[in-house]
Design a protein. Structure first.
Ligand SMILES: Cc1cc2nc3c(=O)[nH]c(=O)nc-3n(C[C@H](O)[C@H](O)[C@H](O)COP(=O)(O)O)c2cc1C
Length: 208
């Protein structure tokens, strides 16, 4: 598949998992792609934990459900009704969670390029996630990013030490198909907007 086609096909996946986890060699390729990502000072600050234990998956699903309800309680009227129709995770259905963490200590204190921007380490982890997501798409796998959780809960669940920050829970698995349209658009939560490029200086929406 052409890279641009993969980017266009990539979709956040929730309801389409078949319950079949990725084959071991495919998962290895996908995680290998994540590990090819660029990183500030070659710090490679990503940590991956694969979770398959049904009890651990269920514990995370229950926590996410609580957080889904917290968000739902903050909504009124049409927003509440629309959100109620949206599935926000496929944790049990996918059967595999890939937890991605950020470890700022992998390259020591002097990380080339991070002295002025501490977040550059976090950016690097997100690039690894995007590599993983695109490679999974090329392998016809689904990926669903779940962020309805408290970081302390996920840290404890997978045993990250205090200095490792949980960045994502990714549901990864075989899918019946990848939807053509993102769920948030399909259910009327929010549409994608057009590309906007500013020339020379930023112009606020509505004009200077
Ligand atoms: C940082 C991040 C966190 C996200 N968290 C969730 C989530 O908790 N639940 C969910 O259903 N989708 C989540 N998503 C997926 C987005 O809703 C999705 O990417 C967006 O609607 C666009 O759809 P697409 O990825 O299919 O193009 C997350 C995506 C990102 C990048």
């Amino acid at each position: 598949m052409d890279l641009y086609d993969v980017m266009a096909r990539r979709r956040d996946t929730r309801a389409e998992f078949t319950g079949r986890p990725p084959r071991a060699e495919v998962l290895e390729r996908v995680l290998g792609a994540a590990h090819l990502a660029p990183s500030v000072g070659t710090s490679q600050p990503w940590v991956f934990v694969t979770v398959r234990d049904p009890d651990r998956l269920a514990a995370f699903r229950d926590h996410v459900e609580t957080e889904r309800q917290v968000f739902a309680a903050s909504l009124d009227g049409e927003r509440a009704e629309t959100f109620a129709r949206i599935k926000v995770e496929g944790i049990l259905e996918s059967g595999l969670g890939v937890v991605v963490g950020y470890d700022p200590t992998t390259a020591g204190e002097q990380v080339l390029g991070r002295h002025a921007i501490a977040d550059a380490g976090l950016y690097s982890v997100c690039l690894a996630i995007q590599n993983l997501w695109l490679a999974a798409t090329a392998e016809d796998l689904g990926v669903g990013w779940v962020s309805f959780y408290r970081e302390e809960f996920l840290r404890d669940l997978v045993g990250f030490p205090a200095h490792v920050r949980p960045v994502a829970w990714l549901c990864v698995g075989e899918v019946a198909h990848l939807p053509a349209v993102p769920d948030l658009e399909r259910f009327g939560w929010r549409d994608r907007g057009p590309l906007v490029v500013h020339e020379e200086t930023y112009v606020p929406a509505g004009g200077a």
